[in-house]
Design a protein around this ligand. Structure first.
Ligand code: CA
Length: 268
């Protein structure tokens, strides 16, 4: 029996009811940096899981949990996390299987693995498969928090770089977009949608992932709001150009196509 416990942030209200226009602009400019850090903990030992969940929540993290590898992988593939705490010995799918599957799906959330003391082979294998750091049990909570903050900062720094997808260049820091060297003016939500798609060029991005990225995990928007937003983005980034980049994957999501490799007539 699997239990999934979600403790979501309450700061969403701040976004929905901005008390001050300047704050509104500031918050909307850096939406992912001002919310609670979102952590997924995948651990099968009930006492350890509760310790982690409670301790992280008390330290202002937003925590979701899973008690087996399959469920953890499903949650990690569905929602966005700032980092993942992953036990290696797990039922159904072990920690190695979880990391491999995540990385093969281009899910790049940083992963911190938990291992038994002196399990050097576990650590090496985990890091080789794509884990970002490790802790051996028992560990201090202060160290866990420091490590999580460190791997998250590192990943954000990496993500902060310019995204180049064919003739489209997206600069998340300057919040600018050009296509074929022409500047394109996007709204905040259009920009976030483009960043989410362009970072995963050539891959289907699920509707859930896109909605989470744009509106956050506590969003209350209707599903067709995403379709309206995609159409608005297409009007700016695709309509003026012969090659169409944003494709629909029916029943699943959207895909940002490689511009140089795609004939215009194949695009939607
Ligand atoms: Ca275990």
């Amino acid at each position: 029996m699997v239990q999934v416990i979600a403790h979501e942030r309450q700061i969403a209200n701040t976004f929905l009811n901005p008390p001050d226009c300047r704050l509104f602009i500031f918050l909307y400019s850096f939406p992912r940096y001002l919310v609670r850090m979102r952590i997924l903990v995948i651990e099968d030992e009930p006492h350890m899981l509760e310790l982690l969940r409670k301790g992280l929540y008390e330290r202002e993290f937003s925590v979701m949990t899973a008690v087996d590898g399959e469920t953890g992988l499903e949650i990690a593939s569905t929602y966005q996390f700032d980092s993942i705490v992953l036990d290696i010995g797990l039922p159904k799918l072990d920690g190695y299987g979880v990391i491999s599957a995540l990385r093969s799906r281009a899910q790049m959330a940083p992963v911190l693995i938990l291992t038994a003391r002196d399990a050097e082979d576990d650590i090496i294998r985990g890091l080789e498969l794509g884990a970002d750091d490790y802790l051996t049990k028992p560990f201090s909570f202060a160290e866990l928090v420091a490590r999580l903050q460190s791997i998250t900062r590192r990943r954000r720094h990496e993500e902060g770089g310019t995204i180049e997808a064919g003739d489209v260049v997206v600069d998340p820091i300057r919040r600018s977009v050009t296509r074929n060297k022409l500047s394109i003016d996007l709204t905040r939500n259009e920009f976030l949608l483009l960043v989410c798609l362009a970072r995963r060029t050539g891959q289907c991005v699920t509707r859930q992932t896109l909605m989470e990225f744009v509106w956050g995990p506590d969003h209350f928007v209707r599903p067709n709001t995403l379709d309206f937003l995609v159409n608005a983005l297409r009007a700016k980034i695709d309509t003026p150009f012969p090659r169409k980049l944003i494709g629909t994957v029916r029943g699943a999501g959207y895909i940002f196509k490689h511009s140089e490799a795609m004939p215009a007539e194949a695009a939607q």
